[in-house]
Design a protein around this ligand. Structure first.
Ligand code: NAD
Length: 484
């Protein structure tokens, strides 16, 4: 029964929703109103051990189900997700704060992951060559790993878990999801639909918890692979800890994404792209453009951007017409306000200052903020703020822009806005970032391409989704045969 598991927050273990008693809990808030939506229980080490063991038992059966049958569950899942996408989006807006349009787009992106994973019979194929030596044939096959776990952030509670579990499951693994404890409702709803799609018990597990639950998974001998998405310090920690245990790991971290604006950029289209990139989801995206690198002559873009930003509708994301919602918590809004203050103290000029909204709309809101005349060494130009703050660096040439962008310790995404194919080519080939846009504000790869962060934005070898996900969630075996 859909939604049976989401009225209050439960664990999903061995194909059943269980309401754990006596666990520590945390409140889940609607960031736009402050209302407490639910209490989320935090798994103990014993909960994790039990979940991993049932997942392993589920895996031992699931790996033998033919891949063409495994994906039938995902076809049904896609249909269910589509039937419930409005409810999922509404729940996502309620617990995360992003606008309903943004939430719908996120759910759509998640469904696309399921669609690609439905192609697993083709994606999992190996290679073969006969007569590699006289009478000897050789082939590679891909086999599932076992129990994989996913630890995910608060900002994409539907889509980011779907970067992982549809691929892991279609490959024949069991998967344990530990979503952010701040947004447990949307992933619970999505997992309940997977249950309804007919996934056998033990193949998918949902646990809520904090660092302790994650650490128990990282050290559990039956966990073979760890997928993580979150902040860079935690990504580094997860990468190091899981690798020390000999586990396969992909750990996606934070970002500081540059938007380079050339003098020949289309003003109106560039402004709309930058508005979406810098202020969409209140800047709480790992692909948010947070530094505008304004090449001399491109000033009209900044002027037009400023005018547009001054008229932005900020408020409850569930209300029609809202362009930007709140930040996830009042503490985080306080941190973002602190970054703005530090930038101004270091000499940046605020063209707009969103801190005023904290008082008028309650603690979770910071309005769109543009800090001009910053320098590359300032904290607002280097550190991830994860809020609606756009830092403006002014440079003389494209060459200066490339040099500036490449000093960043992050390398998630970057975009150039230009009318010149030559400038675009130069930029895309030399910029040190894994996802690059040309006249695109948010260069988010589709499900069949990898989510390819570089530098401190990614720790590991195989990225999320696309063909990398198939390689990540499978082991290759080479078989050589000779028959007499
Ligand atoms: P976070 O790092 O605080 O938490 C992410 C997950 O890790 C949560 O499930 C949390 O419970 C768990 N966690 C937190 N601290 C931990 C610890 N010490 N040990 C083990 N587990 C721990 O991140 P967040 O605030 O939820 O999300 C925002 C961050 O995620 C931003 O830095 C953003 O850039 C990043 N992000 C990156 C991508 C990407 O693709 N690179 C995508 C989305 C978000």
């Amino acid at each position: 029964m859909v939604a049976s598991g989401v009225k209050s927050v439960s664990f999903y273990v061995n194909g059943e929703w269980t309401k754990p008693a006596g666990r520590a809990t945390l409140p889940v808030h609607n960031p736009a109103t402050g209302e407490v939506l639910a209490e989320v229980p935090l798994a103990t080490a014993a909960d994790v051990d039990h979940a991993v063991e049932t997942a392993h038992a589920g895996y031992l059966k699931w790996r033998d189900v033919p891949v063409v049958d495994r994906v039938q569950v995902l076809y049904r899942y896609k249909t269910l997700l589509e039937a419930h996408q409005m409810d999922l989006a509404a729940m996502l807006t309620a617990e995360n704060g992003k606008t309903l349009d943004d939430a719908k787009a996120e759910v759509r992106r998640g469904i696309q992951m399921v669609e690609v994973a439905c192609g697993m019979p083709s994606l999992m194929m190996g290679d073969s060559l006969n007569d590699v030596a006289a009478g000897i044939d050789c082939k590679t096959i891909r086999q599932p790993l076992g129990v994989s776990v996913g630890v995910t952030p608060f900002n994409f509670p539907a889509m980011v878990p779907m970067w992982m579990y549809p691929f892991a499951i279609a490959c024949g693994n069991a998967f344990i999801l530990k979503p952010s404890e701040r947004v447990p409702l949307t992933p619970s709803f999505a997992v309940d639909l997977l249950h309804e799609a007919g996934l056998p018990a033990g193949v998918m597990t949902l646990l809520h918890g904090d660092k302790m639950a994650v650490d128990t998974m990282l050290h559990h001998p039956l966990v073979r692979a760890v997928s993580f998405v979150g902040s860079t310090p935690v990504a580094k920690y997860i990468y190091a800890s899981a690798a020390t245990e000999g586990k396969r790991v992909q750990a996606l971290g934070g970002a500081k994404n540059h938007l380079v604006v050339m003098p020949d950029a289309d003003v109106a289209k560039t402004v709309e792209a930058i508005i979406g990139s810098a202020f969409g989801a209140a800047g709480e995206r790992c692909l948010a453009g947070s530094v505008m690198v304004l090449v001399q002559g491109a000033e009209p873009v900044l002027d037009a951007l400023l005018e547009r930003v001054r008229g932005m509708a900020v408020g409850d994301g569930s209300k029609a017409g809202t362009e930007m919602g709140p930040l996830i918590t009042t503490e985080h809004a306080g941190r973002v306000a602190g970054h703005i203050q530090r930038g101004i103290s270091e000499g940046a000029v605020p063209l707009t200052d969103g801190r005023g909204l904290r008082n008028s709309l309650g603690g979770h809101f910071v309005g769109p903020t543009i800090l001009d005349h910053a320098h590359a060494g300032m904290s607002i130009a280097c550190d991830e703020i994860f809020g609606p703050v756009l830092t403006v660096l002014r440079v003389a040439t494209l060459e200066d822009a490339i040099q500036t962008v490449n000093t960043s310790r992050f390398g998630n995404a970057s975009s150039i806005f230009t009318g010149s194919g030559g400038a675009a080519r130069e930029y895309t080939s030399r910029v040190e970032a894994g996802m690059v846009g040309v006249n695109i504000g948010v260069a988010a790869p589709m499900a069949f391409f990898p989510f390819a962060g570089w530098k401190q934005s990614f720790f590991g070898d195989l990225h999320a989704h696309g063909k990398d996900a198939v390689a990540f969630y499978t082991e290759q075996k080479v078989i050589m045969s000779r028959w007499f």
